[in-house]
Write a new protein. Structure first.
Length: 230
C-alpha cells in the first residue's frame, strides 16, 4: 500500500463505501500524499540555490525536481513522477494536476486487489452512484492501530504513519480513528505530528514544504464546501 491508498481507506466508510471527506479536499490530500511519498523515497526534492537536475542541468530554486526517475512500482507514483518531470513547478502548483483522476484510479486498484468492493447504484432511483465498501479490512485494521498508538499513546510513528497523520490532519479522518471522548486530544496530537521530525533530516525540508503546499488548495476547497452548504 502507498500512503495515498492508506488515506483513502481511512476516508471511506467501510459499510456505506462513501467518502467521509469533501471530494475536492480529499483529492488534494491524496495528491499531497503522492508528493510526500516520493520525497520520503528520495525520488523528488525541492531544489535549493545552486541545485542541479537529475541530468545535470540547473534547477530553479523552490521547484520540485526528480532525483530518481526509476519506476516506483506503483502506477500512481509513476504517473506522479511523470507529472513532476514535465516542467519545473512549485509544490503547490503540482497538487491540482496530480489530483486529476487520482481517486478513481486508486479506488479501482484497491478493488482489483480485493481490498474494496465496487458497487453500482442510483440515488432516488435516478442518479448513478458508485460505492466502495470494504471487502478485506486486514490492512486497514493494522493501519488504524498504528495511528491510534501515535495519536493516543504518543508512540513515535514511523515516517509513513507520520506522513499519513500529517496529511490527514484537519480533514475529519483523524477524528474517525479514535473514540468520541478522545477526538480533541487526537486532533491536537495530529497537529503536533504535522510539525515534528518524523521524516529524516535529508528529506524533511522537502516534506515540510509539500505539507504546506497541499494545505493551500485544501483550505480553499473546504471553505467553498462550507459556503455551499450554508
Amino acid at each position: 500500500m502507498i500512503i495515498a491508498e492508506d488515506l483513502l481507506l481511512l476516508a471511506y466508510d467501510d459499510d456505506s463505501g462513501r467518502p467521509q471527506v469533501g471530494a475536492d479536499e480529499l483529492d488534494y490530500r491524496l495528491a499531497g500524499a503522492l508528493l510526500i511519498e516520493l520525497a520520503l523515497d528520495g525520488r523528488v526534492d525541492v531544489a535549493g540555490p545552486g541545485d542541479v537536475t537529475v541530468d545535470g542541468g540547473p534547477a530553479r530554486a523552490g521547484r520540485v525536481v526528480v532525483r530518481d526517475p526509476s519506476p516506483a512500482d506503483h502506477p500512481a507514483l509513476d504517473r506522479a513522477l511523470a507529472v513532476v518531470a514535465e516542467r519545473p513547478r512549485r509544490p503547490k502548483e503540482l497538487v491540482r494536476p496530480l489530483s486529476k483522476g487520482l481517486r478513481d484510479a486508486l479506488l479501482t486498484g484497491l478493488a482489483e486487489r480485493g481490498v474494496l468492493r465496487r458497487e453500482e447504484g442510483r440515488v432516488l432511483g435516478i442518479f448513478p452512484r458508485t460505492s466502495w465498501p470494504a471487502r478485506d479490512s486486514t490492512h486497514e485494521e493494522l493501519l488504524r492501530a498504528a495511528c491510534r498508538a501515535a495519536l493516543l499513546d504518543h508512540a513515535a510513528p514511523d515516517a509513513r504513519t507520520g506522513a499519513l497523520i500529517a496529511v490527514a490532519h484537519g480533514s475529519g479522518v483523524v477524528r474517525g480513528l479514535v473514540p468520541r471522548e478522545h477526538r480533541r486530544a487526537a486532533e491536537t496530537r495530529a497537529k503536533e505530528l504535522s510539525t515534528q521530525s518524523w521524516a529524516s533530516g535529508a528529506v524533511k525540508k522537502a516534506v515540510d514544504e509539500m505539507l504546506v503546499a497541499v494545505m493551500v488548495p485544501v483550505m480553499v476547497a473546504a471553505t467553498a464546501a462550507t459556503v455551499t452548504t450554508t
